[in-house]
Design a protein around this ligand. Sequence first.
Ligand SMILES: [Cu+2]
Length: 361
Amino acid sequence: MLAAFAFVSLPQAGFAQAADPAVAEVTDSPNTDLSAASEVNANAAENRSVAEGEVVAGDEAGGGFQHFGPEMIKGQPEAGAYGFQPQYSDNGRFGLWMHDAILMPIITIISFFVLGLLMWVVFRYNKRANQVPSKTSHNTLIEVIWTVLPVLILVGIAVPSITLLARQYESPPENAITIKANGYQWYWGYEYVDNGGFEVISNMLDEAEALDAGEPHQLAVDNRMVVPVGVPIRLQTFGSDVIHSFGIPSLWFKLDAVPGRINELMLTIDEPGIYYGQCMELCGALHGFMPIAIEARTLEDYNAWVQTQPGGMTVEQVRAQAAQEAAAAAAPAAAEDAAEQDGPAAEEENAEVAASEGQTA
Ligand SMILES: [Cu+2]
């Protein structure tokens, strides 16, 4: 019993340690974000002009944002390969570890054990080798073992399995960047909800264009989904016509895109690169021709890219604009309040309130 639990808990502890730096990073980022936000609020107008200046500088510095070339492809299928693609997220590594270190060894041991038992029965107890069969019908020890052992094995699998499930359902933190993937027949649209609300339409490149770009045909697209690395992303999916499914094997997720509802997932990508996936729900005639290409960039690059898009703004700029609008909306209201309080009516009201307070006292 103890040995089984030790077997289950040890790899867990090892993994939790490995995951710690990532957790620290995530908890760090809200702090820096908050301080940045308060700075932005303090002098919103100044920051906006600086941000605009940056865009201009970026443009002057050689056409601004450059997309990754094929040398940055990290997540893609390989001809003749079997097993999983290399993983580039915490959940992905955990899932792959569970498959490689727990499920495969257990499956292999059980398969060979059962095969051994079968061979033993076939050769040792066939009619020729065993003329007088045993009349034994019960053996308490064996019955206890073949009941308890499978229970222990199932518990051993359940612990990491439920852990993985829980991690995959973890809610994104409040400062996560929201990006919504809309499935259409038969292409994807990426909506940047927190960055000004623009939508990037992504279609598959034809074979000549893909080969020209040095990318794999039927995975290469004209406009990739650009996302930041090391930052939690609130990935949402939506089906605009039928059910599609948004999935990237090397990032260990598959999220259905369903008409009439939004599905949500937290995703944090470790390193910059290009990660390919495909629509994973049979959605009609061109289902096989709506690939997904995620281009993960540093937050700095991501912010630069966002500003090349129509109406695109960094999260800080969106916040600054909202603060400015709120201030503008609050200013006339505050003036009205002040005018009311200065008037004689307000003085009378105050006197009445004071009188009634005196009465109740
Ligand atoms: Cu589809």
